[in-house]
Design a protein around this ligand. Structure first.
Ligand code: G1P
Length: 287
């Protein structure tokens, strides 16, 4: 069955970026001139997703406004003859069908996914986490979809991370099938490095079958007292095969200040409009 729908869990408080995120969502922090969430929505659309549901919380209204039409702004841009900007603003509100549901309590990522159950129904679906911005020739989610179409099972994006960093991620044990595709045999949410079954981390892109929902509905709190998606996928893997995909592309961890800064520099150096000036500036600063 074609994957048409995606869940974006965006109810998190963004405490790592306080005070910037006190009254505006961390998903709206801008990398150059686009909010983080727009990069991820564009990846989903470029991968063929037709409908998105944001699982939001209080203080997240700015995300809804960002993807809504804005007649006043559009009139103003039209009057000023700013046609390119006008087109960019219009494309944003026409890009994809977007729906919203509230996660009323911060009970964890697994619980956030469960909040979108009625919207997803009995279809396979994608989950995209906004902290991970992935710059790739083929969109990361599209790479996962290709694996899904071939193997017909849930697929997780994986990346090898430095051993000491594995405690920040869901970690998997695998049996390799090809260089990039593997079957997941075990999963642990944020293990201590000494207990980690590998250095393969789950990155914020998932394709899941709807069989995950009854499992999530029964899932007990795990790491941090939260209902963990990782724990539910581990149980899913006992019933049906779950695959991992070592995707091609550069991931930026924008949930972290240093990662966010690096992403800004990398993306700026790729933009024609200022890459030469910016590179010259960085060289000057560093010598
Ligand atoms: C979540 C997941 C974790 C995954 C990570 C990827 O953790 O629980 O398994 O590795 O996203 O970004 P979070 O970063 O939300 O704490």
């Amino acid at each position: 069955m074609k994957v048409r729908k995606a869940i974006f869990p965006v109810a998190g408080l963004g405490t790592r970026f306080l005070p910037a995120t006190k009254s505006s969502p961390k998903e709206m922090l801008a990398l150059i001139d686009k909010p983080l969430v727009q990069y991820v929505v564009e990846e989903a659309v470029a991968s063929g997703i037709e409908q998105i549901i944001f699982v939001t919380g209080r203080t997240k209204r700015a995300i809804e406004d960002h993807f809504d039409s804005s007649p006043e702004l559009e009139n103003h841009l039209a009057e000023k003859g700013k046609d390119d900007t006008l087109q960019a603003v219009r494309e944003l509100s026409d890009m994809v069908d977007i729906y919203y549901v509230r996660q009323k309590k911060a009970l964890g990522l697994g619980h956030a996914i469960l909040c979108a159950r009625d919207f997803i129904g009995n279809e396979p679906f994608a989950v995209l986490l906004g902290d991970d911005i992935i710059d790739a020739p083929t969109p990361c989610l599209k790479q996962l979809l290709d694996v899904y179409e071939h193997y017909k099972g849930s697929v997780l994006a994986l990346e090898q991370v430095p051993h000491e960093q594995i405690s920040s991620y869901g970690c998997v044990a695998v049996n390799r099938i090809t260089d990039r595709v593997m079957e997941v045999t075990d999963m642990v949410e944020k293990p201590q490095p000494a207990e980690a079954p590998s250095d393969l981390a789950i990155i914020g892109r998932y394709l899941l079958t709807p069989a995950i929902f009854p499992i999530l509905a029964q899932q007990q709190p795990g790491r941090g007292g939260e209902i963990q998606l990782t724990d539910a996928i581990k149980r899913l893997s006992h019933d049906e095969a779950v695959y991992g995909c070592l995707f091609e592309g550069q991931r930026h961890d924008c949930g972290d200040k240093l990662g966010f800064l690096k992403a800004t520099v990398d993306l700026a150096l790729k933009r024609d409009e200022f890459k030469d000036d910016f590179a010259a500036y960085l060289r000057h600063r560093l010598c």
